[in-house]
Write a protein that binds this ligand. Sequence first.
Ligand code: SF4
Length: 427
Amino acid sequence: MNAHDSEKVSGTLLEHGYTQVATPEDAGLVLYNTCSIRDKAEQKVFNRLQNFKRAGNGKIFGVLGCVAQQEGEKIFDRAPHVSLVCGSASYPRFGEMLVQLEAGARRVTGLSLDTEETFDTPFTRRDNPHRAYITIIEGCDKSCAYCVVPFTRGPERSRTSESVMAEARRLAGAGYSEIQLLGQNVNSYRDPSPAGWNFAALLERVAAVTGIRRVRYTTSHPRDFGKDIVEAMDRHQAICDHVHLPVQSGSTRVLRSMERQYTRDEYMRRIEWLKSAGRRYSLTTDIIVGFPGETEQDFEQTLDLLDQVQYDSLFSFKYSPRPNTAALQMSDVVPDEEKQRRLVTLQEKQRAIQIRRNAEMIGDIREVLVEGRHQSLGQWIGRTSDNRTLNFTHTAGDGDSLVGRYLPVRVTRSGPNSLVGESVTVV
Ligand code: SF4
């Protein structure tokens, strides 16, 4: 979401006559887009701002994103060389704020969360010429006990299906072949226009746009992940063979204390829908270890969940407290050494699962979208529909760039995090 927000902000700047330079040193205006999902984010932001100040020399500085929303006007006090503090819910007013900065204002803020608007702009400057993000929903109405997002990105608000579809068609017309639909919780998408589409309906319509070969979406919330989404995926080959369904814990007791709004059994029902679907979907997840009150038995239930689901990959984190969250007040904190031990145990288990699952792919022929080249290895970098990295050699016409093409590749080797293969000619 943040990367795509930066693309939209950059596009707005270009539209206002700005040009992009290669380094902050060359810039007259430096906007720092921030994320507070990781620990000590504010401190990192202030350290970076201090470095910017040294390279200052009449430049205008702005802080955008979650840390801007969280710290608000305090940023002006701690970093007086900053002139703009703006959270993501205020980006629809970004053009206005730019005008104020240009007029010499030196404490411009966009901090209101009271909005029903989404940041729709035709001026996005996209970083990748083949794969494009489309935001379909912003903010979040859930209240997971560890999460700052409802406080930094505001309430849930969906874009109209008409505006999403127009953007998808425009992108296809411009040669983009892969679309990634974005939102904090894409599954709770509700078209605010009379058409009233839900997420599954939108997903199907985007997948049917001529020229779009791949559609991905992130992130899902198990509570709102309905069977209609699996059915839509089964009907449209363009929807990629991958579902990221964050579970966070394998223990219903911990899920309750996290306020995740589903039980382990309810989560597993969704996994069963996916495992018994018409295609084989790769499954990935997010897990937090050491949430306050997590016992050894709770943690073992998470390990057991890994055995049951057999994820293709996962993102794992040690719990760390965040400002403005309910978990901040919870006692029964798990000591850091214990969190670290659980994290290592979890990651070792998952690594063994990935080694086994990736080895099962050897001999398969997979279609990849070519994303780049490893010059030193003499390999092209490809991504499969199920979101695996498949690096490969290609002998025919090796001097030509393959980036952006879709090619069949036979898997010849596997590791815990990626596959290696060679391109094949399908007769
Ligand atoms: S669903 Fe929960 S974890 Fe995800 S953004 Fe909303 S509050 Fe945060």
